[in-house]
Design a protein around this ligand. Structure first.
Ligand code: IPM
Ligand code: MG
Length: 353
């Protein structure tokens, strides 16, 4: 198995270093993998002028799975849009056709008090957000800033084709079948035609999954319900932009955005694995970042692309163990626990492994 490693920018290289130590430990125990590192994001812009060099996409396509840390930084915000790090990220998602983004929001019980919500609201929380990742307003045309009637107008287009909705709906129903058989589809059909189609197609696909209890929620209400009573949700499915926003919101229920991994799968199950958080330029290079979302992304990779549920569980229980032992990076620290940096957290995970 070959894995493409994309450390990217900001805290990316620091958290990826810890994930690589975990991979090394598994390799020492017989996991047959080789890795190849490539450039993406600002690091790629600096070296080649492009946030997604052709060579990177080629290596990613030839690999069995791709592990990505994070991209972006304030120094790149002045570049033309096509050279910005985020374009590299969107480009690799699109280039791999990684349309199904699975973002589990799982509360580790040790972190209940790190959540900004009351422990009883979040205890036992286990939601899977499925975000469509290669369509919607992120990619819709026309887009840009143009002149109209003597002033600038900003334009983006929310667009979903029936086939795009259908394929993500199937992923969501199948995931629900493996979990609590409850699926909530999130849209804004009271205002947006694109999401009226979304709802219609999800209902059509739902006819093939009679055992799944399907419900629908408008996105504003979903945002509210996530903090009011998050445990009402099992699987949620939504478009690219709503999924971006709701998954950040859901991450805080679990204590920190630094805890949430994700998998982005194509039609054949090949995947791109990345934490849901960004490059955190404010703490980059300081050894403070939480590496757990990155390490948990390795677990997701083992589960979904490498078919090694055993190794995935081993990593996840190591993470549970270090939390039970009281190790905390700054983002999840609460009084009485042991504050550590990125590398010490990696040490603890390796020891627990
Ligand atoms: C995410 C991020 C990205 C997104 C950014 C960095 C382009 O917020 O993965 O959620 O909007 O998809
Ligand atoms: Mg986001």
């Amino acid at each position: 198995m070959k894995i493409c490693i994309l450390p990217g920018d900001g805290i990316g290289p620091e958290i990826m270093a810890q994930a690589l130590r975990v991979l090394d430990a598994l390799r020492a125990d017989g996991l047959a993998i080789e890795t190849e590192q490539a450039l993406i994001g600002g690091a790629a812009v600096d070296a080649t002028g492009s946030p997604l060099p052709d060579a990177t996409l080629k290596i990613a396509r030839e690999s069995d799975a791709v592990l990505l840390a994070a991209v972006g930084g304030p120094q790149y915000d002045v570049l033309p849009r096509e050279q910005r790090p985020e374009r590299g990220l969107l480009g690799i998602r699109k280039g791999l056709d990684a349309f199904a983004n699975l973002r589990p929001a799982l509360l580790y019980e040790e972190l209940a008090s790190a959540s900004s919500l009351k422990p009883e609201i979040v205890a036992g929380l286990d939601i899977l957000i499925i975000r469509e990742l290669t369509g919607d307003i992120y990619f819709g045309e026309p887009r840009g800033i143009a002149m109209r009637h003597g002033e600038r107008v900003g334009i983006n287009t929310m667009v979903y084709s029936e086939s795009e909705i259908r394929r993500i709906a199937h992923v969501a129903f199948k995931a629900a079948m493996k979990r609590g058989r409850k699926l909530c589809s999130v849209d804004k059909m009271n205002v947006l035609e694109a999401t009226q189609l979304w709802r219609d197609v999800v209902i059509e696909v739902g006819a093939e999954y009679p055992e799944v209890a399907l419900s629908h929620m408008l996105v504003d209400n979903a945002a509210m319900q996530l903090v009011r009573n998050p445990k009402q949700f099992d699987v949620m499915v939504t478009g690219n932009m709503f999924g971006d926003i709701l998954s950040d919101e859901a991450s805080m229920l679990t204590g920190s955005i630094g805890m949430l991994p994700s998998a982005s799968l194509d039609e054949s199950g090949k995947g791109l694995y990345e934490p849901i958080h960004g490059s955190a330029p404010d703490i980059a290079g300081k050894g403070l970042a939480n590496p757990l979302a990155m390490i948990l992304s390795v677990a997701m990779m083992l589960r979904y692309s490498l078919n090694r549920e055993d190794a995935a569980l081993r990593i996840e229980s190591a993470v549970k163990k270090v939390l039970a032992q009281g190790y905390r990076t700054g983002d999840i620290w609460t009084a009485g626990t042991n504050k550590v940096g990125t590398k010490e957290m990696g040490d603890a995970v390796l020891a627990a492994l």
